[in-house]
Every structure is written in C-alpha cells, then in structure tokens.
Design a protein around this ligand. Structure first.
Ligand SMILES: Nc1ncnc2c1ncn2[C@@H]1O[C@H](COP(=O)(O)OP(=O)(O)OP(=O)(O)O)[C@@H](O)[C@H]1O
Ligand SMILES: [Mg+2]
Length: 474
C-alpha cells in the first residue's frame, strides 16, 4: 500500500476528447476494503481518494474534485442514506455507487431511489468492482460527450434558431441577412426537410417587416377549387355560400410577408393571377370588379426543379423569373455532415427540456446516426430523435432503439439465401407503398402519417397527387 492516500496518483493529461477517466472517492470504515478498492481503481488508471467516515468525506469534498463515489451504506454514526443525500447536495453531478451488505438489498433500492447510480453487494470480487468502475467511467464519458454536444450547439445557432455551422450554412446566413434587408422576392430551394420554412421565417423576422404578419401558404395542400378565394379573398355573393365578403391570405399579409410554400404546385391558371398580383401590386377578390392594392413581401419555396417544370410547360416562365429575383439553396444534410452532431445535440436538449427527462446517445448509436444519409434531412433527424426518446425507457439510447434503417444492424441481409430475396423493388415504388400503407394504418390520417414518416405534409400531398395521376391513388 502506498501512503499517498489523499493525493491524486494519476494526473489527467489535458485532452480534447472527454477522458475515459475517474476521480473516485471511496467511503468505507473498513480499512482493508478501502485499500483494496483503491488498488483496483489505480490498476484501471483512475484516481482514488479514501475516507473512513461520512464526516471525513464531507471535509474532503470541500477541497477535492470527485466525479464518482463508492459509498458503504453501513457507516457508523449517521446512516449511509443520509450520507448519500448530503453527498448529492454537495456534488449533484457525482455518480454514487452504494455498497450494501449481504441481505440488505432493500437499502440499495432506497439508495437508488435517492439518486445512487448503482449498487454492489459485499463481499464483491475484484472483477466485479472492475466492471462496475468501468461502467461508471463510460457513463461519465457519455455524459460529458453529450454535454459537449449541447454546449457546442449553444454557440452554434445561426439565424432564427437555425442550427448549423458548415461553411455552406455560413454562406446561407450571409445571403439570408442580405435578403432580409431587401424587398425583392426570394426563392428558397432545398430538398424536403432541409429547413425551407425556417429560412423563410428567418428572412421575415430579421427584416424590416418583422413586426407585421408572416403568412405561410401551403400551395400544395390548398383545395384547387378554393385556392383563388383563399389567396385573394371574395366578396359577398361571389358564389353559393359566400354570405359575406372575406379577406384572403394575401390581404392578411398586408405590410408583411407571404410565404408561398411548394409554389411549384400552384395550378397554372392561378400562376397567371399570382404573377399579376406581384407585378401590379394589386389583387382582385373573387366576384369583385374592383382591384385592391397590396404591399407585401413575397417569399416562395419548392423542393421541385422549377426550371425543369418551366421547360416542361408546367410552370410559367415569367412567374419563375419574378419569384427568382434572389434565390438560395439549402444544402441537404448529407452535404454538410459536420452539422449532424450539432443538430443531434440541439434536439436532445430540446426534448430533455420539454419532457423533463435527460437522455443520452450511446457511442454506437451516435456513430450510426453520423454514418446515416438522412434522405429526409433535418426533419427526419428531428422525428427520429423524438420517436426514439419516447420509446426508450432508460436514460441511454442504444443503437437497437434507433429505426432499423439508421441502426444498420447486421444480420438481416447476410443470412438470407439469395433465392429467398424478394425481387429488387425500385425506391420510388417502395416509398409509395410505405406512404400508402402508413395512411391506411392510420385510418386515413395524412397529417399523422406525414409526421411519423418524417416528411412534410406538403411533400405527402404532392406525392399522393403524383400517385393519383399515375392511377395509383389508394
Ligand atoms: N438547421 C436547422 N436547425 C434546427 N432545426 C431545423 C433546421 N432545419 C430544419 N429544422 C427543423 O426541421 C423541421 C423541418 O424544417 P422545415 O419545415 O423548415 O423544412 P422544409 O424544408 O420546409 O420541409 P418540407 O419540404 O418537408 O416542408 C422543422 O421542425 C424545423 O424546425
Ligand atoms: Mg416546408
């Protein structure tokens, strides 16, 4: 035994990565046990301090750093559970493992209820203690890694809560800042789930119209026969049921911004009316002969190739040019992989706040998420974490808790004989089947289906429309 009981034996070398390291405090009145535990801790490369009573431990905690405690619950004097409470008060972050005697597991249960991380029953073997300490160290490592992710996020939010620090995103923020201060229309391009609406809001809320309305319009989900009256309003008697006149969405946005989401879905006849509204800065409500001047900022978004739609005659070229005065493209998540950990940290923290429960990702789960391609982009990542959070019972999210395609677990392809493999199905067909079966599982609830599938409702409606034109409507 060495005599340097209270001085750290190993010193932590400064590391960028969270250290796989423990600073352990052993509280036991039996000297032989204290020293044996210390030997084990040292053999694992950890630091160990020893105290022979609760009082002694409190004094040490005033000056010593400590991230884990091995606490004998059968201490003389004040009970072990009381000591546990007082240690937790002094060091809420410390991981405490309680040591109980044979046949007193009840006290271990009490200890766990009061915040102990785990327990071990005396007598225990060296191997048992080693395993336990290694588990504590890896728990602490995960905790600090997850905290690191969260800290990074705090300093890495761009405009309007947009998370991302990839160079492409930095460039995007600069364009957003410029766009915010101009009055021209902006066309926002990006795959589904990349944050087009978020960017539109950021442009509005950092610009001069921020105190006025921001009105999003889902061009893909408006009922075609009602789009015109929804957008431009109508006057009394314009059609059956129009008992009084009503303002449209364009008028509601007066002085502010209208966001034409999925603008590529706008029917061709409406495109002409929209063009006129933008060009002339006036609208004509349905059934009215009078034109009403408007003063609104136009932002539009699409995940379609509008240029191609123009070439194919599905989108008016003149409207395309009007909307496309400024354009910006949000990169897909797989094109800016360094933002994945930031976004994970952001959503983990947000869910912890709203649910009051803190959960962490295991190393493996984090690796799987970093390696995945995220075809549904940020929305898919957000939904994945929300669902996984809800369905994971413990504080740790394992790879097996993740959706199968992300977990990428071995075993379900290698072991299947090739003649049993289904014939190759095109992705588009698989996607269609998934969407249609989700809607039917959910008794036709498309909003819920979109949410669970991790796609926007606009995207879902558009796809359904495409299937309908192919003759596949469910
Ligand atoms: N960079 C980001 N930082 C934080 N949250 C993001 C980011 N990008 C997207 N999100 C979140 O992902 C979800 C999808 O974003 P948004 O609705 O803006 O995407 P979208 O491109 O309009 O998607 P869709 O095409 O499916 O309508 C939202 O819940 C949004 O809060
Ligand atoms: Mg959207």
């Amino acid at each position: 035994m060495t005599s340097a009981a209270f001085s750290p034996i190993t010193t932590a070398t400064p590391q960028l990565e969270p250290a796989n390291f423990l600073n352990l405090l052993i509280i036991d009145d039996e000297r032989s046990i204290r020293e044996a535990c210390r030997e084990v801790a040292l053999s694992l490369g950890y630091t160990a301090h020893m105290a022979d009573s609760a009082e002694h431990a409190y004094r040490m905690l005033e000056t010593q750093s400590c991230d884990a405690v091995l606490l004998d619950l059968r201490l003389p004097g004040a009970g072990g559970l009381d000591a546990l409470r007082r240690i937790k008060e002094r060091r809420p972050e410390a991981v405490v493992v309680v040591v109980t005697g044979y046949g007193t597991v009840q006290s271990a249960v009490q200890g766990m209820k009061r915040g102990a991380y785990d327990y071990v029953t005396k007598p225990f073997s060296v191997d048992e203690l080693k395993l336990l300490l290694e588990r504590v160290a890896s728990h602490l490592k995960l905790k600090s890694e997850n905290r690191l992710l969260r800290e990074k996020v705090k300093s890495k939010q761009g405009f309007g809560g947009i998370v991302g620090r990839a160079p492409e995103m930095e460039k995007l923020y600069r364009i957003v800042a410029k766009a915010a201060n101009s009055v021209h229309p902006v066309l926002i391009l990006g795959e589904s789930g990349t944050g087009k609406e978020m960017v539109a809001r950021a442009i509005h809320y950092s610009g001069p119209y921020r105190d006025k309305a921001f009105i999003p319009v889902d061009c893909g989900s408006l009922v075609p026969t009602l789009i015109e009256s929804e957008l431009f309003g109508y006057v009394k008697g314009a059609f059956t049921g129009a008992n009084q006149s009503k303002d449209g969405l364009m008028s509601m946005a007066e002085g502010g911004t209208i966001f034409l989401d999925e603008v590529g879905e706008l029917p061709v006849d409406l495109q002409a009316k929209m063009l006129r509204a933008i060009q002339e800065k006036e609208i004509r409500p349905v059934g009215s002969t009078r034109r009403v001047p408007i003063n609104i900022r136009i932002l539009a978004a699409t995940n379609r190739d509008l240029e191609q739609a123009v070439t194919q005659g599905n989108f008016r070229r003149d409207l395309y040019f009007r909307l496309n005065v400024l354009s910006l493209r949000i990169p897909a998540l797989r094109e800016r992989r360094q933002d994945i950990p930031l976004l994970i940290g952001h959503f983990l923290e947000r869910t912890a706040r709203t649910s009051g429960q803190e959960k962490m990702l295991s190393d493996e789960a984090l690796k799987a998420m970093l390696a995945y391609d995220w075809p549904g982009n940020v929305r898919e990542l957000e939904n994945c974490l929300e669902r996984t959070y809800a369905f994971t019972s413990g504080p740790l999210i394992h790879t097996t808790d993740l959706p199968r395609e992300i977990a990428n677990l071995p075993g379900h392809d290698s072991s299947i004989a090739s003649d049993l493999l289904p014939k190759i199905i095109p992705m588009a067909e698989l996607e269609k089947r998934t969407i249609l079966s989700a809607i039917s599982e959910l008794n036709g609830d498309k909003l819920q289906a979109a949410r669970l599938l991790g796609i926007g409702k606009t995207t879902l409606y558009r796809k359904l429309k495409d299937y309908a034109t192919e003759g596949f409507q469910s």
